[in-house]
Design a protein around this ligand. Structure first.
Ligand code: CP
Length: 315
């Protein structure tokens, strides 16, 4: 497995082999130990500069990337859309080229436009890490989800993983589906038929029309919020109807195995897709996902930075 990572960018799990995904997970296991030490810092990215370019809101991913960079001893610049010249009409490429002109090594980008990280990766020498692009991809979220499942269940292959909610608009769902299928899990998706594309059956995903079918037999249940900000139309009659039919609550928990993991990428709409008692209950691993996200992002930054060596900005 030594030296298996050869990519200067992390854009999507679709692009990765099962071996590359496993390599990131294994690397993250080592980095998780760093955060459990008294001194939570290593010099792995000392002398490297990372720009966090967030053109769409974020709490978890942004904090996690920034802390991961600090723990790796990188120099960090944070840019948000609201306070940058993007607001004055500068193009994303011009902004990124100005960033690169400062000999920046890595750019972590979140953008509402699907494909924005791929667009920059083709045009810049800096390594690009996708922190979420539109409804397309959120690779580090899926990696941290898969890491958490592997940590708790000891394997991925053969597990039944159900993803419930707004699949249509979810980059988290797409990234999880690719990663989990590559590692041999059985993936089920469920939600209102308007929000669950049937096309996923063509890649081996089971599509359920009702929550009970998705919950029974599941080893992992990953709940997604309804993404109003990406919806152009009304996909179901009302929030209360969604909650009644697809919400995970005390009643629907009757169908959930006692050892099933309850996951959510956040932010949670408490009382909509998930009751507070379950979000905070014994089967929930939601905050452990956040903890593991730090290790995954340390691993991703470290591996991608390692592939910039041949074309170091110092040369
Ligand atoms: N899970 C996730 O991407 O959360 P943020 O939007 O807060 O980063």
């Amino acid at each position: 497995m030594e030296g298996i990572w050869k990519k200067k960018d992390l854009l999507s799990l679709y692009d990765l082999s099962p071996e590359e995904i496993t390599y990131i997970l294994d690397t993250a296991e080592e980095f998780k130990k760093v955060s459990q030490r008294k001194v939570k810092k290593v010099p792995a990215l000392r002398g490297k500069t990372v720009v966090n370019l967030f053109v769409e809101p974020s709490t978890r991913t942004r904090m996690s990337f920034e802390l991961a960079e600090q723990r790796l001893s990188a120099d960090i610049i944070n840019i948000s859309a609201e306070t940058s010249s993007l607001k004055k009409g500068e193009t994303l490429l011009d902004t990124a080229k100005n960033i690169e002109a400062l000999q920046v090594d890595l750019i972590v980008i979140r953008h509402s436009a699907a494909g924005a990280p791929n667009f920059l990766a083709k045009r810049l020498k800096a390594g690009i890490l996708n922190a979420g692009d539109g409804s397309h991809s959120h690779p580090t979220q899926a990696l941290l989800d898969i890491f958490t499942i592997r940590e708790k269940k000891g394997k991925i292959k053969g597990l039944n993983v159900s993803i419930v909610g707004d699949i249509l608009h979810s980059r988290v769902a797409r990234s999880n589906i690719w990663g989990l299928l590559k590692l041999g899990a059985n993936v089920t998706i469920a939600g209102p038929s308007t929000l669950v594309p049937r096309e996923f059956t063509q890649i081996g995903v089971r599509v359920c029309d009702n929550l009970r079918d998705a919950l029974e037999g599941a080893d992992v249940i990953n709940l997604l919020r309804i993404q109003h900000e990406r919806q152009q139309a009304s996909y179901f009659p009302s929030i209360s109807e969604y909650t009644n039919i697809f919400g995970l609550n005390k009643e629907s928990m009757r169908y959930v195995k006692p050892d099933a993991l309850i996951m959510h990428p956040g932010p949670i709409n408490r009382g909509v897709e998930l009751d507070s008692s379950i979000a905070d209950g014994p089967q929930s691993v939601i905050l452990e996902q956040v903890t593991n996200g730090l290790a995954i992002r340390m691993a991703a930054l470290f591996l991608v930075a390692g592939c910039l060596k041949g074309r170091d900005t110092s040369q």
